[in-house]
Design a protein. Sequence first.
Length: 132
Amino acid sequence: MDDDRGRDDSLGRLCQFYKGYEKNNEGLMTLRVGMSKTEVMSAMGKPDIYECFQNLNGKQTEILFYYTKRKWKDGTITKDECTPVGIEDGKLIGFGSEMKIHITYYESGKVKEETFFLMTRVIRFFITRMGM
């Protein structure tokens, strides 16, 4: 009997994950660069993963990760199963693979700057695999 309940719970969680990424994919289609964070949150809801950076230039960059594809069947949402949505100073700056982020920060007492696309790691992996 407990085994059946466990299976029902697993199936229920799986259905919730599916509904979650289906809803998130629909929400992504409504996003437009320049929208306010409030508008983004209204369209997308609460993010599954959240990161925030305070740049030295005073800008706050937030990365909201939304579950949009199932890669692993472990019941845990990871970044590689999510689409990133970037908010800077309360405005949408981009989402998905086209999102470019510029961050200025301190590390070990030194000012560091980085500009990167969130898909950079995938591109580096491809170049390495192709022997370029």
